[in-house]
Write a protein that binds this ligand. Structure first.
Ligand SMILES: C[S@@+](CC[C@H](N)C(=O)[O-])C[C@H]1O[C@@H](n2cnc3c(N)ncnc32)[C@H](O)[C@@H]1O
Length: 365
């Protein structure tokens, strides 16, 4: 994969919240396919993506119940639902027990490549088991939480599929809920001859989980790490904003910041973003800067050399209200070829400027 290409992930069992693709796309600009098998999860995951139109190009929700070769995108057969009349005779549609449902093989399309897959698997073998642990932090429906054989069987399915899809994913990863299962799965991975196995532990309050990752590629190939300097997205949070300051005010300040640098700006207030291009005359305009707003007078882009590096480079700044008092500011290059280091230098300047304008001194870090 070329260094300029974006990271692409596959979230197995993305759930109704579709949380990992939404986070990965909004914070890192990664693209995702999120799969699931229940009607409710698929419907709500799609709704959640549609409610974030700025991310919808980055996230595809896929029904794992329908074989990828069918080419169908909006599917009819889902787990926990009766198949529509006549569908059992349709060879393109799955019908069977949930333990036979496709996980990766049959869901991944021919020739598709991903940097990684991830999974927060259904943890329990039965409803009874799901209800046994009063300390569990999991809440969910039967279909979300239960899989015959529990997480060990589910992740074993991913391992089996990974043997057939060695070249489609750089990394296969999954969350594991029980340490005993982690040991079993690590042995299984060594047995099948993967090149690398990595584990880690996540602890939050009383709940411990483990991360398991494996790859069939040689360890020397650090694909994702090697892309980091070339990534084309960056973001930062403004936290601790005063009540009256929201995404709109921040967006207006972003616009002022770039106008003061002589850039041309096209704002889209409905999707809270501004497209910016530094013109050929950016440096001259800055010298004649007559804008008196606080942000432009003290924090406009300073170096003509630096502006030169960015001339003609189109990029988009998006501002997202997270919760009251917190907004996320994200920059993405609109030119896939030119995600240069200068792009991130200017973004750091924007961050400093916005923090200086909106945050009290003790909340700026
Ligand atoms: C524990 S939930 C995780 C949901 C979400 N990823 C999260 O972390 O909040 C497991 C999900 O896997 C889905 N699932 C079960 N079997 C699946 C399969 N064969 N392919 C894709 N998803 C599946 C369930 O419907 C459920 O939404």
């Amino acid at each position: 994969m070329a260094c300029t290409e974006k990271v692409r992930g596959f979230d197995i069992g993305t759930g109704a919240n579709c949380i990992y693709p939404l986070l990965g796309a909004s914070l890192l600009g990664w693209s995702f396919v999120g799969s699931d098998v229940t009607k409710i999860a698929l419907e709500w995951a799609r709704k959640n993506v549609q409610s974030n139109p700025h991310l919808s190009e980055l996230i595809e929700i896929r029904n794992a119940c329908v074989p990828s070769s069918s080419g169908k995108i909006e599917n009819d057969v889902v787990r926990g639902e009766e198949a529509p009349e006549g569908s059992t005779h349709n060879p393109n549609m799955w019908s069977g027990c949930c333990s036979e449902l496709p996980v990766l093989v049959g869901v991944i399309k021919d020739g598709e490549k991903f940097d990684f897959c991830m999974c927060n698997p259904p943890f329990f073998e039965s409803v009874e088991e799901a209800g046994l642990n009063p300390k569990t932090s999991c809440g969910g429906t039967f279909e979300e939480m239960v899989f015959p054989g529990g997480e060990q069987a589910f992740i074993t399915r991913i391992i089996d599929d990974s043997l057939q899809l060695k070249h489609s994913f750089r990394w296969f990863t999954s969350m594991v809920g029980r340490k005993a299962n982690l040991k079993f799965l690590v042995s299984k991975l060594h047995e099948v001859g993967v090149s690398v196995v990595k584990t880690t532990e996540f602890v939050q309050g009383h709940t411990a989980r483990w991360g398991l990752a494996w790859s069939f590629l040689t360890p020397a190939k650090k694909f994702i790490a090697s892309q980091t300097p070339k990534r084309s997205h960056n973001s930062f949070m403004l936290e601790g904003l005063q009540r009256q300051v929201g995404a709109f005010q921040v967006l207006k300040s972003v616009e002022s910041f770039f106008l003061a640098a002589g850039a041309s700006c096209k704002s889209d207030l409905s999707s809270f973003c501004v497209n910016v291009t530094l013109s050929e005359h950016a440096g001259e305009l800055q010298k004649n800067d007559s804008d008196t707003s606080e942000i432009t007078s003290s924090h406009a882009i300073e170096s003509n050399n630096f502006q030169h590096a960015l001339k003609g480079l189109p990029f988009r700044i998006s501002v997202f209200q997270q919760v009251p008092g917190t907004v996320l500011v994200r920059a993405s290059s609109l030119d896939k070829e030119s995600s240069s280091g200068s792009f991130f230098v200017f973004f750091q300047q924007l961050e400093d400027a916005l923090k200086a304008q909106f945050l009290k001194p003790n909340t700026k870090n």
